[in-house]
Structures are given as C-alpha cells and as structure tokens.
Design a protein around this ligand. Structure first.
Ligand code: BDR
Ligand code: CA
Length: 304
C-alpha cells in the first residue's frame, strides 16, 4: 500500500476525497492534518473527526495552521456552508483520534519513521506543507512526491486567475513549488471537468451509508446548485494516485504570482517555456470525464 498523508480543510469535496482514500485498497492513510481554508481550522478539524467517526476508521488527526503565512484568512463558507460540511447531521465526535501535537510535528514524525517514502496529498491551502518544509527540510529525503489539488493553467475560481487553495496562501504555495520535490498539480483545468451529475448523485443515495451521507452533503454543496454537475476538485488528487491514466499531463515550470494587484495567488504555468526555468511540476491539463464519473461511483461503492 502506498503511504500517504492527507492535508485538508473539509469541505464537502474534501469529504469525498477522504472517503475514497480511506477505503482504497491501494492507499494507506497514515495521518490526516487540517488547515484553515474552506472554514476555520477548529471547524475543519472537527469535520475530519466527524468523517472518521462516521466511517469507523481510526486514523490520527493533527490540527494545523489557523491562518495563512502572511495574509488574512479567507474562507469558502459560501460554497461549503457555515460548518464547512453543511447538509448532513453528523454525530459529534470525541477527540480520541486528535493528536496533541500540531500538524507540522505530526507530519515530521510520520515521515521520519516511515519505511517507505511518503506521498503528501494536500487538498487545502499549502500553509502546513510550507511550514513543514521550512522547519524540517530533512523530511524531503523521505517524501516520495506531493500530489496536490490547487492552481490553474487557465482561469481562477477565487480571483480572476487564481484558484482558492493557492489564492488563500500564495507564499506557502511558492515555498512548496520551489521545494525541489516532485509535484503533481491537479488544478481547475481538471477540477472543473471532474463532475458528478444529478443522475450520479441519485445513485449515491441508495448505495451504502457513505453514499447516503455524501448524497445529503451534495444537496447543499454550492447552495444546492446541482443542475450542471458538482465539481469534485479534491478527488482529482486521489484519482491521480489511483488512476493516473485518466489524466493528460505536461511537465513544466510553475511559479506563483505573489505581487500582482489583480493576480496574486495565480499559478504561472509556463506551458511554452518562456521562463527558461527547469520543470518543477507535472500539471494535469485534461481528464477523461466519463472515466472519472465511473471511477468515482465505483470507488464510493467500495466504501463499505
Ligand atoms: C478547492 O477549494 C476548496 O473550496 C475545495 O475544497 C478545493 O480544495 C477548489 O478550488
Ligand atoms: Ca479542499
């Protein structure tokens, strides 16, 4: 099994990604770390614990950064609801799985002690990952790669050009993309195409307990705007781990715009090689939509 750490801000699409990863036979989720993003870090941490309780899975959780490195927090409660996971009545979790140490120290330990190099799967702002790489640079020796959801080679969803996870903490993203580690960027170019259609969601309701819960969350996701399909951004990172052949990718150089008055937080994806800099990322440019839908439903069917 491939050992991974999921760094997340659940988040309705995060919840789907976490479910698939936890029930996958190919992935071994060693740790879940949380970061302020879709809503504040206390809420997303509680959401991660709620999900684990619902799934009856015992994975340690460590709480991470309450705010971006430099900037003022911005959330996405308009999309995910005030709790961050509005739409299903979860039982209140206990704190049994919550580690006392913070996300950075917990990641450090898991990475240091792992016999096999770890894959980091960040599906929220990159604050924790940047801190980890700055505080414990030696972890790079035991990180296999970073497969993240974030960024865009085209337009944005938070700024005109910027995607939410990068827009919220561009300085952290810059540290991660400059780290020298192998990076796979699954951004909006695939996230916008990774759709669950109304007929797919209808299937979830009667599939199993996990499907029922997700169906219920979907009714509230983006204020219930299901008609044209719901975007499963964060599942793209998990999909890349499990079925990379669904994606079309390009190896290129990605930089992060920090200063633009209208473009801060944009991933500068150098598709034509203008910058003359070495490749630092594999960027997902396209996804087979039909295969993705089938894969998503199949994966959720296995969440039993
Ligand atoms: C990203 O932003 C968040 O709202 C989602 O959970 C996803 O990680 C998409 O831009
Ligand atoms: Ca997320």
């Amino acid at each position: 099994k491939r050992p991974i750490i999921i760094d997340t801000d659940p988040g309705i699409d995060d919840a789907v990604a976490i479910a698939i990863a936890l029930y996958s036979e190919e992935l071994d989720v060693k740790l879940i770390t949380t970061v302020a993003g879709n809503v504040g870090v206390d809420k997303v941490t509680n959401n991660a614990l709620k999900l684990l309780k619902y799934f009856k899975k015992e994975v340690p959780v460590a709480m991470g950064a309450a705010a971006p490195l430099i900037r003022t927090p911005q959330d996405a409660s308009n999309v995910h609801g005030v709790s961050g996971m509005e739409g299903f009545d979860f039982e209140e979790p206990t704190n049994d799985l919550l580690l006392e140490e913070n996300a950075v120290n917990a990641m450090y330990k898991v990475i240091k002690d792992s016999a096999t190099p770890i894959t980091l799967v960040p599906i929220g702002p990159l604050t924790n990952i940047a801190l980890l790489l700055k505080i414990y640079p030696e972890v790079k020796n035991n990180i296999q790669d970073i497969v993240l959801m974030g960024g865009s080679a085209s337009r944005g969803n938070m700024g005109v050009m910027s995607e939410f996870n990068i827009h919220v903490d561009p300085e952290a993203a810059k540290i991660v993309f400059d780290s020298g580690l192998p990076i796979v960027m699954a951004g909006l170019d695939v996230g916008w195409k990774a759709l669950v259609l109304p007929e797919d969601s209808a299937q979830l309701e009667n599939m199993n307990d996990v499907g029922k819960m997700i169906h219920s969350l979907f009714k509230r996701y983006r204020g219930g705007s299901m008609k044209t399909g719901l975007k499963m951004y964060d599942s793209c990172a998990i999909a890349y781990l499990l079925k990379p052949e669904m994606f079309e990718t390009i190896d290129t150089h990605v930089d992060i715009e920090l200063n633009g008055s209208m473009t801060a937080g944009t991933t500068i994806v150098d598709l034509k090689g203008y910058l003359g800099k070495p490749n630092n990322a594999k960027v997902c440019l396209d996804i087979d939509q039909q295969l993705f839908r089938e894969w998503l439903l199949d994966s959720l069917r296995k969440c039993n």
